[in-house]
Design a protein around this ligand. Structure first.
Ligand SMILES: *[C@@H]1O[C@H](CO)[C@@H](O)[C@H](O)[C@H]1NC(C)=O
Ligand SMILES: *[C@@H]1O[C@H](CO)[C@@H](O)[C@H](O)[C@H]1NC(C)=O
Ligand SMILES: *[C@@H]1O[C@H](CO)[C@@H](O)[C@H](O)[C@H]1NC(C)=O
Ligand SMILES: *[C@@H]1O[C@H](CO)[C@@H](O)[C@H](O)[C@H]1NC(C)=O
Ligand SMILES: *[C@@H]1O[C@H](CO)[C@@H](O)[C@H](O)[C@H]1NC(C)=O
Ligand SMILES: *[C@@H]1O[C@H](CO)[C@@H](O)[C@H](O)[C@H]1NC(C)=O
Ligand SMILES: *[C@@H]1O[C@H](CO)[C@@H](O)[C@H](O)[C@H]1NC(C)=O
Ligand SMILES: *[C@@H]1O[C@H](CO)[C@@H](O)[C@H](O)[C@H]1NC(C)=O
Length: 511
């Protein structure tokens, strides 16, 4: 595929010189933290929660409020905490300096420094979910800051506010992104505040929603940080920067949007990102495998310190959404299934994070399987199957007629068995689950009925567990899906081109 090289000629070529983020040099190692939502039916006691965080080597958490019991339990640990002002308190705090000072006194100063509060998130997605409070967002932030200064805590504790990705319009390709102009007055004031106080811009960024709203255009692999061949990378026609994953593109769209407002010294902190492990019939990509792949790769991405194409020198820290499945949250089903763990601290799936040290590394068995990739044509799968059972010397006896893995009798099922057999025989060596891209590694045991897959013979422990998500209404958090794309405009063509769907453009070229 050479076509993508043609795209730049369709556009005015202006190469953006890499901007210097000098104000906020990275003082701290980049980290991965977790969001702790508490709409969980049997939430651990605060003491058990803290013990669990320590076992999992979780060093950074964000709370959606400033729960006194949890903050107390976190005292004398090394766990760093972002506390939050709930959206329904913004009006009160924004209209009274005294209320802001009381809030800081009760929820921050009372615990610091025993509890290492390092940030205050003022509201959550206020600009997009509670526009009526938006005019008081900056007054609230500024009053809280004054109260912190008065308490002499402003150098240790940073104030910011998490925003939804939907405040950014036209985010792809990133170089064309800009903040919704109706929100510019507030955003400009926010960015000036963040720049002045050397605080990060908090963004809730969900490649999952980008993928879901643009199915068929945004590829799943790019959304999940899977290794890509260069032809599947996205090229920003204005900067010629290559993107191999959606999250980096989203982060760079934030940097470009800030640059449009002449702000170049504020760092992006990803206050929420994640992938749901279960959904209803309209959410077929909310699966354990995808959630595991996304979050495992996300952790690797941060620890690999690769930065983004625009800012390879800045590694955004990330908070995974979220620690626990919040079974009490309202539908859609995915809302109750973003967690890494069930409320009782059993893992929903085991992350594959070797290289992260012991962080979240509960993968004691290291069990992985090799199966046929979704969407691969039968002929390619048959070739892989024939090779594995032939020259590859995999044990294919169980997929013979009458044997326990013969049913369902189709090439995908048989290929999965054979590929896994080969992969296990090779000791799960790197490269032994490729088959020219027809195979993928999974952590979910593909065994079914009497058919036990080769990888499951040793450790046969199916941890699949169904959460009974009730319809009870959850807290006040609403995560907006954001990101609406018009595909009829010139922008639409650029959008398609960015994601590698270039047949459209090729037509223009030859018209
Ligand atoms: C809060 O204090 C700041 C300066 O300390 C002042 O400019 C502002 O008017 C005060 N706001 C209110 C609502 O009293
Ligand atoms: C921009 O923000 C305004 C004010 O919140 C909102 O009404 C409008 O729908 C937003 N525009 C887009 C394209 O999202
Ligand atoms: C940014 O700076 C440029 C050049 O100094 C200026 O023309 C432009 O108006 C500025 N934009 C904003 C939003 O301040
Ligand atoms: C996760 O790790 C903890 C502590 O090592 C252990 O108690 C727990 O059994 C592990 N869970 C699984 C499913 O491995
Ligand atoms: C799992 O992998 C880690 C590192 O890759 C290794 O130290 C550990 O011994 C492995 N555990 C098992 C049970 O094989
Ligand atoms: C192949 O697998 C079957 C069933 O799992 C087993 O009985 C047989 O011994 C295996 N053959 C070889 C050569 O390992
Ligand atoms: C299997 O899982 C259960 C709970 O999910 C756990 O108690 C048990 O130790 C596991 N067994 C093995 C062999 O990992
Ligand atoms: C889920 O829980 C509700 C209430 O506890 C119960 O009525 C319902 O039968 C459960 N559903 C399943 C599938 O267990």
């Amino acid at each position: 595929m050479e076509n993508h090289k043609l795209i730049p000629f369709l556009f005015l070529l202006f190469i953006i010189t890499s901007t210097e983020i000098k104000g906020q040099q990275q003082k701290e190692e980049p980290f991965v933290g977790v969001n702790i939502g508490t709409d969980v039916s049997n939430l651990l006691s605060p003491a058990d929660l803290v013990a669990f965080l320590q076992v999992q080597k979780i060093t950074h958490v964000r709370l959606y409020d400033a729960d006194a019991q949890i903050l107390k339990a976190l005292a004398k640990t090394k766990i760093r905490v972002i506390v939050s002002v709930p959206n329904n308190q913004i009006l009160a705090i924004g209209s009274s300096n005294a209320t802001a000072a009381t809030w800081i006194g009760r929820n921050v100063a009372a615990y610091y420094p025993d509890t290492l509060i390092t940030g205050i998130a003022v509201g959550d997605e206020v600009l997009t979910t509670v526009p009526s409070s938006a005019p008081l967002l900056m007054p609230a932030i500024e009053s809280l800051y004054s109260a912190l200064v008065a308490a002499n805590l402003h150098t240790q504790i940073k104030i910011s506010t998490p925003s939804s990705a939907s405040i950014i319009l036209d985010p792809f390709p990133p170089s064309q992104a800009f903040f919704n102009q109706s929100l510019s007055p507030i955003i400009t004031r926010l960015l000036q505040f963040l720049s002045r106080t050397q605080s990060p811009l908090m963004m809730n960024l969900y490649p999952y929603y980008v993928f879901m709203q643009n199915k068929g255009v945004v590829p799943l692999d790019n959304s999940l940080f899977k290794p890509l061949t260069p032809s599947k990378e996205m090229v920003d026609p204005n900067t010629l920067l290559h993107y191999d994953n959606v999250l980096d593109a989203m982060i760079d769209s934030v940097y470009f949007s800030m640059k449009n407002l002449n702000v170049t010294d504020v760092v992006v902190l990803v206050s929420e990102t994640g992938w749901p492990s279960r959904g209803d019939s309209k959410e077929p990509y909310a699966t354990i495998d995808n959630a595991d792949t996304y979050n495992s790769n996300l952790i690797k991405h941060v620890f690999d310190r690769s930065g983004t194409p625009l800012h390879p020198e800045i590694i955004s820290s990330m908070y995974i959404y979220e620690l626990f499945n919040e079974d009490l949250r309202s539908p859609p089903v995915s809302e109750a299934n973003w967690g890494l763990f069930y409320g009782n601290s059993t893992p929903v799936y085991l992350l594959h994070v070797s290289g992260s040290g012991t962080f979240l590394a509960n993968d004691t068995t290291n069990q992985t399987y090799c199966i046929a990739m979704e969407g691969i044509d039968a002929k390619t799968l048959q070739t892989a199957l024939d090779w594995a059972c032939g020259p590859g010397r995999a044990n294919c006896s169980e997929i013979q007629p009458g044997e326990s893995c013969y049913q369902p009798n189709n090439v995908k099922n048989h290929a999965s068995y054979a590929l896994d057999s080969y992969y296990q025989k090779e000791g799960r060596a790197p490269g032994s689950c490729d088959f020219k891209g027809a195979a993928m590694i999974t952590t979910s045991d593909p065994s079914h009925g009497n058919c036990i897959f080769p990888g499951s013979k040793v450790v046969s422990n199916r941890t699949s567990q169904v959460v009974n998500s009730t319809q009870a209404s959850g807290g006040s958090r609403v995560r907006t899906m954001g990101l609406h794309f018009t595909t009829t405009s010139a922008f639409g063509r650029v959008f398609y081109a960015f994601w590698g769907v270039i047949s459209l453009l090729s037509c223009y070229l030859f018209l």
